[in-house]
Design a protein around this ligand. Structure first.
Ligand SMILES: [Cu+2]
Length: 130
């Protein structure tokens, strides 16, 4: 017969020091957005950048007019603008102004153009929702 010693575990009373709120990590927040992956299309004097952007369903895309002239962004096809009416919310943009699409909820590819210059290729682009 083996004697199995009865192990008596003396639990140490762990006194957990309550967190008294002095340990909030400072998270650097980049100013001015610039989210990776990006949902911003910039309109420059030489056209839209990027020409094609990919966003997740439900995203809104911001058009920023960095050109010195006005632009009027709208969904393809011109002049009906019926493919992705969410884009038509961007509309007319004075220089320096920005506008957002409505929520792009449908997985698809949306073409857009500048309604003032509907046949200017560098003012046409695509938003890929996937
Ligand atoms: Cu148009």
């Amino acid at each position: 017969m083996k004697h199995i010693p009865k192990a008596v575990l003396i639990g140490t009373i762990a006194v957990t020091t309550a967190c008294s709120g002095s340990s909030s990590p400072s998270q650097p927040s980049p100013p001015g957005g610039g989210t990776s992956g990006g949902t911003t299309i910039t309109i420059t004097a030489s056209g839209v950048v990027p020409k094609e952007i990919q966003v997740s369903p439900g995203s809104r895309v911001t058009f920023v007019n960095n050109d010195t002239r006005q632009h009027d962004m709208a969904s393809d096809p011109h002049p009906d603008h019926s493919d992705c009416p969410e884009i038509n919310s961007v509309g007319f943009l004075q220089p320096g102004r920005s506008g957002m699409t409505d929520n792009l909820v449908t997985v698809r590819t949306c073409g857009y153009h500048d309604h003032d210059q509907p046949f200017t290729a560098n003012l046409q682009g695509r938003i890929v929702i996937r």
